[in-house]
Design a protein. Structure first.
Length: 352
């Protein structure tokens, strides 16, 4: 039962029969319906589920001019009994509102997020793939729909949840470039928020890295570029000998839900976890003396994305090929919890 009245308009025809679930490009196929609601007259109102469709906006809508846009990334999973599960959804809800507050946007009531999401999942349950590694990707987002060219927060906003079934996300091992000039974010900025502009600002330096033969960037601090911070759009983990290291969250670094989960599981497994600032020079030294065993990114889409090597100041450093990596171990533990294949001692799994 929901505490919210949600109007539902069903699509006249489903697209599901035309979808090849064995060949799903990430984020390119969308389900039949979406949830939307509006903030106007000082409150959130009119939650409704409608057929997936374009959104019409005035040319002066402030999203186009002042960039008030935030989002989340989540997944829904089916187990062998066709039961549906979410993974730490309240963390996504809380982080959405942290982002909203930082961008002077209205915070969303929990019922609009959770009840709306669950109702939409029940309607779209047949879209949740069951093959290993696949899931239903969930994209909640909010943007300024209020109009006007004056530089101020909007007076109206729209919140939407849309779904995209996704297959197993295998990016392979990636070769990354440690960034020496550009920064993802700065102290006092919005790096900790999931703001659309954070990602827009990454595209150009990432393309420069790709032009040099790398697939992604390791971001460094905005001041000295001495410390690593994130791996592309993911949090970063480094294994030196048998210690798993990651950098602390800050104004500049996203409080990743996969990141938090990896830390908790690693500690539970008895892995030595060290959360502290990591110097680029420390990576170089560890690579040269053979103590650097793994680097991987952590995020919703891939869970764990292993890094094969990195470039810095014109020189490439290779990661060793090792068996039984921490990355593989931790990914399996997380995905087994997400898909109801193992005990969830942390209380993260939420049945829909």
């Amino acid at each position: 039962m929901t505490s919210l009245t949600i109007e539902i308009e069903k699509a006249k025809h489903s697209k599901i029969s035309s979808v090849d679930f064995n060949n799903l490009d990430f984020g390119r196929v969308f389900t039949d319906h979406m949830l939307e609601c509006d903030y106007k007259d000082g409150k959130w109102q009119n939650p409704k589920i409608v057929p997936y469709q374009p959104i019409t906006l005035d040319p002066s809508a402030k999203i186009f001019h002042y960039g008030q846009s935030i989002f989340e990334g989540m997944k829904a999973y089916k187990d062998a009994n066709d039961d549906i599960f979410l993974f730490r959804p309240i963390d996504n809800f809380k982080r959405l509102n942290i982002s909203a507050k930082r961008l002077a946007m209205p915070e969303l009531p929990e019922a609009f997020f959770m009840d709306g999401l669950k109702e939409l999942l029940k309607l779209e349950k047949d879209w949740i793939p069951k093959s290993d590694g696949s899931a239903l990707y969930i994209r909640p987002f909010m943007f300024a729909s209020g109009s006007g060219f004056h530089a101020s927060p909007a007076d109206a906003y729209k919140f939407v949840i849309a779904f995209a079934p996704s297959g197993a996300y295998f990016s392979g091992k990636v070769k990354v470039l440690i960034e020496e000039k550009y920064s993802r974010s700065a102290n006092g900025g919005v790096g900790f928020a999931k703001a659309g502009g954070n990602y827009a600002g990454q595209f150009y330096p990432t393309q420069l890295a790709k032009d040099k033969g790398y697939q992604q960037v390791i971001w460094t601090d905005d001041n000295s570029h001495e410390y690593i911070e994130e791996a592309g759009a993911m949090n970063i983990f480094v294994r030196i000998n048998d210690t798993l290291m990651t950098v602390p969250t800050s104004d500049r670094i996203l409080d990743g839900i996969t990141r938090k989960s990896i830390i908790s599981i690693a500690e539970d497994l008895g892995i030595d976890v060290d959360v502290r600032k990591i110097k680029v020079s420390e990576l170089i030294e560890a690579s040269e003396n053979g103590s650097l065993k793994e680097i991987f990114g952590a995020g919703t889409a891939a869970v764990v994305s292993p890094i094969s090597g990195f470039g810095y100041k014109g020189k490439d450093y290779q990661l060793p090929e090792i068996e039984n990596t921490f990355g593989e171990l931790l990914k399996k533990h997380i995905t087994d919890i997400q898909t109801n294949k193992s005990e969830d001692k942390f209380g993260w799994r939420v049945k829909v």
